[in-house]
Design a protein around this ligand. Structure first.
Ligand code: NAI
Ligand code: MG
Length: 398
């Protein structure tokens, strides 16, 4: 095995803790790598006015693979308040560095797998016939378009003349908003491009083909959001017909999908959606398999080979300063496994996933979330495993 260089991006809060634990697990599994630390997050916003410094972009450009913890993000006014006094005159506006990373490197393919581990007390259960309890096995992977749509950042409050006049060319705008004072208007656009839409659709179909899923479900709202969702649905039909005739294309609306989530989650396999709906539906499925302590993700640009792998949870500031960290490192460890898959270290990834599965099935070591406790420092005394103990348990299995 050639030794890899991985850019570790701890970020803020619990991001730092879970990342270190995941690296211990990677080491124990025999993954040989040098880790270079990249600066990202709140302290760099406060002290430098940029939460994603250029030096970090350069590191990723060079080494291609980033393992990311989590960052703290705040609305722009709150962010401005915390800026170092000498930077306050510079007209800086805060924006999320993780969204910035995605857009800078065109990390447009986001994968969020949600599969239930046997023995996880947080698995979704439902009532079956005759009052029986059923625990459906969830094995879903969400392909979320990661750079466009509602997160594209093209938005205005109190729009300028040019923007306002352009909006006024649309009859629906005139009819529904034409009488609204301009300073009372806020507009966020939802822009989809054919290129990016095709890429995420094909990524989903390719994955279904490779791993034997029988269907791809497009989860949008084409009957109402006719241009963007409508284009995506039309392209999905064409692509399926032309290149993936053996895989069924299902079309569900995001709202109905959220309702069906708990009715028959085992029916779904590969799901594909735009940015916002992909974010929503992936959190929904994550809730069925244990929540944020289990939700991992990969985001990458297939052309440049640049990929960043991260748990979907945030920096959980309220738990960040505990003497003994209580948060669950599994989402981060699973994200590290997705990184290993991406760089073709599938055997090591499989080994780690097997170790995690064994620890969960055995049920002796469980973090506070798995014990359904309220997160407080005393959960450790009450028998919950710490972040480190959970990683130790995985390492022992390895
Ligand atoms: P969060 O994900 O940080 O935490 C929400 C709650 O989920 C926590 O209070 C905790 O109860 C639970 N939780 C999160 N991670 C867990 C883990 N590994 N194990 C067990 N329980 C866990 O979301 P929140 O509180 O809304 O945001 C905190 C900060 O994180 C904000 O500044 C937000 O902007 C940022 N954020 C960053 C993300 C990223 O870096 N990709 C994603 C989401 C939020
Ligand atoms: Mg989210």
């Amino acid at each position: 095995m050639t030794k890899r260089t991985i850019v570790k991006l701890p970020g803020d809060g619990i991001g730092k803790t879970v990342l270190e634990e995941a690296i211990r697990v990677l080491d124990a599994a025999g993954f040989e790598a040098d880790y270079i630390e990249g600066d990202i997050g709140w302290e760099f916003w406060c002290n430098e006015g940029n939460p994603l410094p250029d030096r970090t972009l350069k590191l990723l450009e060079e080494h291609k693979i980033g393992l990311f913890g989590a960052i703290t993000s705040k609305p722009k006014d709150a962010a401005f308040e915390e800026l170092a006094p000498e930077l306050k005159e510079k007209g800086l506006v805060y924006s999320s560095p993780i969204v910035g990373l995605r857009q800078h490197f065109g990390l447009d393919i986001c994968m969020r797998p949600c599969h239930s581990y046997k023995g996880n007390p947080l698995n979704f259960v439902r009532r079956g016939q005759g009052g029986t309890i059923e625990e459906p096995e969830v094995d879903v992977i969400i392909f979320r378009q990661n750079t466009e749509g509602l997160y594209g950042g093209v938005e205005w409050s109190n729009p300028s003349d040019e923007v306002y006049n352009a909006l006024m060319t649309h009859p629906k705008f005139v009819k529904n908003f034409g009488n609204v004072p301009r300073e009372e208007l806020s507009v966020s656009t939802r822009i989809f491009t054919k290129k990016a839409t095709e890429r995420i659709l094909r990524a989903a179909f390719d994955h279904a083909k490779k791993y034997g899923y029988k269907s791809v479900t497009l989860c949008e709202k084409p009957n109402v959001i006719r241009e963007t969702s409508g284009m995506m649905y039309k392209m999905a039909i064409e692509i399926q017909k032309a290149d993936y005739p053996d895989i069924q294309l299902w079309n569900t609306n995001i709202d109905a999908q959220m309702m069906w989530l708990t009715k028959n989650p085992e029916t779904y396999g590969v799901i594909v959606a735009g940015n916002m709906f992909g974010d929503i539906v992936s959190d929904g499925f994550a809730g069925l398999i244990g929540g944020l302590g289990f939700a991992c993700s990969a985001q990458f640009n297939p052309d440049s080979g640049i990929g960043v792998f991260e748990p979907t949870h945030g920096s959980a500031p309220k738990y960040a300063d505990y003497d003994v960290s209580i948060v669950n490192p599994i989402a981060m460890i699973e994200s590290a496994c997705m990184m290993l898959d991406f760089i073709d270290e599938n055997d090591i990834a499989a080994k780690i996933r097997k170790a995690v599965a064994e620890v969960i099935a055995e049920g002796k070591v469980r973090t506070y979330d798995m014990m359904k406790m309220t997160g407080r420092p005393d959960v450790i005394e009450k028998g919950a495993a710490s972040t480190q103990q959970m990683a130790d348990a995985v390492i022992e299995k390895l």
